[in-house]
Unconditional design. Structure first.
Length: 66
């Protein structure tokens, strides 16, 4: 799930938060802490060339930084 905050005047991205989800038995469930950490590490590796980074929050959501 992607949750974004935009500047209403310029449309500029202010903040981006991602909530890792998994499909289990045709239902969406939040990903485990270990899976959230794995995804964060992957996004950080991929994001190096774009100068972006992510971090895992206490609720296992990911916050994107640039």
């Amino acid at each position: 799930m992607y949750l974004v905050e935009l500047n209403s005047d310029s449309g500029e991205l202010i903040a981006a938060r991602m909530v890792p989800m998994q499909m289990r038995r045709f239902q969406l469930q939040r990903a485990s802490a270990a899976d959230a950490r794995w995804l964060c590490d992957l996004l950080n590796e991929i994001g190096k060339r774009f100068n972006t980074r992510s971090r895992v929050e206490e609720d296992n959501s990911l916050t994107l930084g640039w």
